[in-house]
Design a protein around this ligand. Structure first.
Ligand code: HEM
Length: 232
């Protein structure tokens, strides 16, 4: 099966015979590695954030282990996101349709997606998650290095560390909120998890949520190659 063609007869759901490849195995591995890093990073970060959450250090073998592991998980998240970035940056570029879509956001939020402008591979909200996660990960890495006592204690002043802790915490909290929205969106639109688990979606899913992308694929199956790397 060519990964970028619309395939007949390989049903994900009975009655919906058209199946479209959306993510390669490598892209899904990259995504879930990034997602796992973020969850572990949030748990270990929250454990160090407030005494009431200190019990979470139990998951990482105690306080000092949590403190030692947390920055390394951060580097893992950074690498994972860089992989996603190079795979997906092109398809997340802004198009004029995104502006029209944003203006009608309230229509989307009350569940009338059928009245929204036709969407390409990603909608405005998905693109916003993509770019904001990138910005916040950069901010977290930069501020995290300033407060990484084990290696960089000597290079920064106490004042710089205080600012860095504040910036690091705010960025982390915003990031956690964005990921909650991302996961909610993935669960809310039925069939979206299948995209990231099996790599495929139904024609019906594409018609409902990414009709412009479906039309592009129907007109030219190679349109799925609109990314830096094929079919991702
Ligand atoms: C923690 C649980 C997570 C779940 C359940 C989840 C679920 C999903 C699903 C189902 C998709 C496919 C959406 C579609 O094809 O329309 C997706 C796409 C994506 N996810 Fe996640 N995700 C999670 C965490 C993350 C994290 C932590 C990041 C980044 C730091 C991330 C970045 C992305 C990116 C870049 C895409 C491709 C969409 C785009 O490029 O705009 N995800 N996710």
């Amino acid at each position: 099966m060519r990964r970028d063609e619309i395939v007949e007869g390989d049903a994900l759901h009975p009655g919906d015979p058209v199946v479209i490849d959306r993510y390669s195995t490598a892209a899904r591995f990259n995504h879930w590695m990034t997602a796992a890093s973020l969850v572990l990073l949030a748990l270990s970060g929250l454990a160090l954030f407030h005494p009431a959450l200190y019990f979470l250090t139990g998951l990482f073998g105690g306080g000092s282990n949590t403190r030692a592991i947390h920055p390394w998980i951060g580097l893992f998240l950074f690498l994972g996101y860089m992989g996603l970035f190079f795979r997906f940056w092109k398809v997340n570029l802004w198009t004029p349709t995104d502006g029209t879509w944003l203006k009608k956001l309230h229509v989307f939020l009350i569940g009338h997606e059928e009245d929204m402008p036709e969407v390409g591979r990603y909608n405005f909200a998905q693109k916003a998650v993509f770019w904001w996660m990138g910005i916040l990960i950069m901010i977290s890495i930069a501020s995290g290095l300033v407060i990484w006592e084990q290696y960089f204690a000597a290079y920064t002043t106490v004042d710089q560390k205080r600012w860095a802790v504040l910036i690091h915490s705010v960025a982390a909290i915003v990031m956690i909120c964005i990921v909650i929205v991302h996961v909610y969106g993935a669960l809310w639109a039925r069939g979206t998890m299948t995209a990231m688990i099996k790599g495929r979606v139904t024609g019906g899913w594409a018609w409902r949520h990414h009709r412009k992308w479906l039309r592009e694929l129907a007109a030219d199956p190679k349109a799925n190659r609109g990314t830096a790397t094929p079919a991702e």
